[in-house]
Ligand binder design. Sequence first.
Ligand code: PMP
Length: 433
Amino acid sequence: FLSHSLQAKMSRPVQARRLEGIDKNIWVEFVKLAATYSKVNLGQGFPDFPAPDFLTEAFSRALGGGSHMLHQYTRAFGHPPLVKVLAQFFEKLLGRDLDPMTNVMVTVGAYQALFCCFQALVDEGDEVIIIEPFFDCYEPMVKMAGGTPVFVPLRPNPPKDGKLMSSADWQLDPAELASKFSERTKAIVLNSPNNPLGKVFSRGELGLIAELCVKHDVLCISDEVYEWLVYDGKQHIRIASLEGMWERTVIIGSAGKTFSATGWKVGWVVGPDRLLKHLRTVHQNSVYHCATIAQEAVAQGFQRELMLYGKPESYFVQLPKELQQKRDWLVQSLDAVGMKPIIPEGTYFLVADISQFKSDVPDVPNSDEPYDHRFAKWMVKNKGLAAIPLSAFYSEAHKNNYTNFIRFCFAKEEATLKAANEILQKWKQEKTS
Ligand code: PMP
């Protein structure tokens, strides 16, 4: 007899308004599909090769032989050895003095660094410019903070000479970019090297963004998690090093990407105290603290890299060399079967054009599911090869303009990439026979 009143109470919505419209997540669906069907998983972005020995050994030392205090809480805003070495490292990269206690903060992966930025810097009604295609969590994170994402696409300009496209052929239209800045704009999110395209923004492109940020007093949230993964002698340029930008930029990094240990979830932010002090407020009222042992091991990894900086033995020199080779293998495999790759200048992702494969995938009448979604699902179920549809990296308004591409991750063992090549070759033979 109590049930009537209890049911009446349960009819009230339980979720906060800030969650409206952000409940869908591409990874939940595609990670599950890959786990169920894939023989070769080039979907989600993580290496299937081991993290370097010096890093895992540092972790073992911290766990076993190190101080028992490494099992306890450490400093909330970052384990002192880690913030110190990060400050030293970024002093070198940025050519300016840094205070480890106020210019660096450690986070639970770059993901939490992003969350802190949006919560700390974006208010109700603020606009945040996001360059498409983008790492998908930027949009819901801006919305959760009460902000409005404003999208501006990189526009592809295919080379006329019939050569393969490069991620450098995807560019911002300067007038279009400028038109998105207004007095409502609080921040722009920059991700160079960019996931999913692998684009490494040039000095000219960064200069344009910097000029607009300075002109309109806009902040820059600079997601640089792939900073070491740059190929063909290209250089990663840090926007914070451009004139007028240090004071308005938060640099975000990730030990997961830097040391091939995505499961450790150690990330960081580097920036001026005037911005970081507000990120610390979010951090101390949410996560508060990150795993001490992982921070200790990452600190030792950076100490090694600081010593070997620029030398051939440096992991930051070796990893991109190995990945460039892997990129080239995957480019060849895809090109050979007509799945035209867009050659990435950085990251461990590669986007390929699947427009020539439309006849392989059965049409679903009256479905509004984009072709790339259907294709990626069909490919993993029928060919055992997992990839991610590119439209997942676009806003709702623009995703239907970019449905002829899928994204592969090539941070994989040689054997994995060979297995992918075999699947593609067999597929091609079936198509031609
Ligand atoms: N930013 C970008 C562009 C990424 O690709 C990723 C991971 N896929 C992250 C941030 C999150 O990094 P982390 O695993 O350190 O949280």
